[in-house]
Design a protein around this ligand. Structure first.
Ligand SMILES: Nc1ncnc2c1ncn2[C@@H]1O[C@H](COP(=O)(O)OP(=O)(O)OP(=O)(O)O)[C@@H](O)[C@H]1O
Length: 228
């Protein structure tokens, strides 16, 4: 059986307003892959990710992600697209005025969950996956950067996403903590989650080799590790 395609872009061009950032982009990600997106600062990694989660419209070429067509994606479809994606950012984006548990409850309620027992069970499940079940009642500011990122990963897992998009998830973390967060992402990938991770952390690439796409000269290439 052919592996299921989770993301495909063909002949895509990615713009920030009128400026062309990437062109002739041909990318395919299949179920279960762990894919890096690398490239020097300003080469378009974030623009690429934003296009995938509907923050930048795809104006040229074809794009499909988790069964959504990125061409002509309507504003009102975006929340439904994001529900099938787990997005993780460099700066965690947790709500500081509520506990870990309430951060996760907030997302579940916002995405239509109603059953209290089911919500509690889901929260326990995702916190266990990232090794943070005991930090349920902590506030984000009481946690280290690495712990906050693990909570953000747990949050990304709440709706069983078909694809996790992580944009520089270790960008604010020291090398040791980056490895700890990466271990969590590796574990989640081993359990079947597909992950696309933008990074400029070459140490992680060397330690955890995987399929790698590189933004360079307004193009996206697949690179073999020795040329990274
Ligand atoms: N909101 C915006 N409006 C116009 N141009 C933008 C905007 N955001 C980014 N750009 C430009 O798009 C190009 C690509 O930026 P992008 O943030 O995608 O790169 P990046 O590879 O993610 O960089 P970094 O590693 O620094 O995050 C840059 O030249 C940047 O100046």
């Amino acid at each position: 059986m052919m592996p299921e395609t989770i993301l495909s872009l063909s002949n895509a061009a990615i713009y920030q307003r009128e400026s062309l950032i990437l062109s002739e982009v041909n990318v395919e990600v299949t179920k279960g892959e762990f894919v890096y997106l690398i490239g020097k600062t300003g080469t378009g990694k974030s623009s690429f990710m934003k296009t995938l989660y509907g923050d930048i419209p795809l104006q040229e070429g074809e794009g499909n992600i988790v069964s959504f067509n990125l061409n002509g994606l309507k504003e009102k479809q975006i929340p439904f697209l994001r529900r099938k994606l787990g997005v993780v950012f460099q700066d965690f984006k947790l709500l500081n005025d509520r506990s870990v548990k309430d951060n996760l409850l907030f997302v579940l309620k916002a995405t239509g969950w109603k059953d209290k027992k089911a919500m509690d069970a889901k929260i326990t499940e995702v916190l266990t996956k990232v090794g943070m079940q005991s930090k349920n009642f902590k506030y984000p500011y009481q946690l280290s950067g690495g712990e906050q990122q693990r909570i953000a990963i747990a949050r990304a897992l709440l709706n069983d996403p078909e694809l996790i998009l992580a944009d520089e998830p270790t960008g604010n973390l020291d090398p040791q903590t980056s490895v700890e967060v990466m271990e969590v992402l590796q574990e989640i990938n081993k359990n079947g989650n597909t992950i696309l991770m933008a990074t400029h952390d070459y140490a992680l690439l060397l330690k955890y080799p995987s399929k790698t796409l590189k933004c360079d000269g307004q193009k996206v290439f697949e690179v073999v590790q020795k040329n990274v």
